[in-house]
Design a protein around this ligand. Structure first.
Ligand code: PMP
Length: 296
């Protein structure tokens, strides 16, 4: 699903066939989760790939690396350039792009100087599907921000996400909503969270969540549409029985939620602010983005 015999990937300065790439089994990231990554989407705009907010994604990648003491020598411009090259080489326009920075061999728990960059892309539909989501409040909390930098997109953080989705799916739900260490709503396993009450959107503040690029795009869209967005801590009880709710993320885009712990939201999805925002988001991502000047 992710690659075929024709798929090209980028690894440390080389373009290789995905099946030919080799990594050492002794790399520190694989054993201890000390890698950083991104999830980016490109959209087909009149037959050309337009990478949505490439700069913001690569700034966040470099920031995640810095927070994990990982030295990355690539610039945002170089990474953007390589991304367009990757899409060209694979004839992809609508695609999900996965950059991963991982470390070299080291079985200690000390900082590693050897840093690797891997870029790949594949076609990926809507991550959370097209129907309204049946969500449960997870028994797993988001990681404590005093234990790890939760605002960094670190591979190891996703063990928390995998536990939460496994629990949710095992209980017959589609997705999990995770709380922070104080019992306030934080975010989904791989997406930020909003709910709607009396014509106003509410979303948790930064601190216990990944600062989602879709989250900030959605906040801008909602304001442009004339809606207020309140950034505030709230318990899950406030959300149950509210007017509407949705997740936001690069992979998920804007995904409507139908139920939280079995409680339906009051409005039909089509009558919510979330629905209007979802339509506007689909338009926005399909606007031409500027290719880097030096790109072939
Ligand atoms: N929270 C988590 C935990 C995520 O993994 C993601 C996906 N990157 C998001 C939020 C949404 O972030 P973005 O909108 O930048 O994709």
């Amino acid at each position: 699903m992710y690659y075929s015999e024709n798929t090209s990937i980028y690894l440390d300065g080389q373009w290789l066939k995905a099946g030919d790439a080799k990594v050492s089994l002794y790399n520190q990231s694989m054993h201890y989760g000390s890698g950083v990554f991104e999830g980016i989407r490109a959209y087909d705009v009149a037959g050309e790939a337009a990478v949505f907010k490439a700069e913001e994604h690569y700034e966040r990648l470099l920031d995640s690396a810095k927070k994990m003491h990982i030295r990355c020598h690539y610039t945002v411009e170089q990474l953007t350039e390589l991304t367009y090259e990757l899409l060209d080489k694979n004839n992809l326009t609508d695609a999900y792009i996965r950059p991963l920075i991982f470390l070299g061999d080291n079985m200690t728990l000390y900082k590693v100087e050897e840093v690797h960059l891997f870029l790949c892309a594949w076609e990926w539909g809507k991550y959370l599907g097209d129907t309204l989501l049946n969500v449960m409040v997870s028994s797993y909390e988001r990681p404590n921000p005093r234990a790890v930098p939760v605002e960094a997109k670190v591979t190891g953080h996703y063990t928390n996400s995998i536990l939460a989705t496994t629990e949710a799916k095992g209980k017959g739900f589609d997705e999990a909503l995770l709380l922070d260490e104080n019992g306030s709503v934080a975010e989904g396993s791989g997406a930020n969270f909003f709910y709607e009450q009396d014509g106003v959107l509410y979303t948790p503040p930064l601190g216990n969540i990944l600062p989602g690029i879709t989250r900030s795009t959605v906040m801008d869209i909602a304001k442009e549409l004339g809606y207020e967005v309140h950034v505030a801590y709230f318990p899950p009880e406030k959300v149950k029985g509210a007017d509407g709710a949705f997740f936001t993320g690069t992979a998920a885009e804007v995904a409507g939620i139908g139920w939280l712990d079995g409680n339906p939201f009051k409005l039909a999805w089509e009558d919510t602010i979330g629905y209007q925002v979802a339509q506007a988001y689909q338009k926005l991502v399909r606007q031409p983005s500027r290719k880097p000047l030096t790109s072939a």
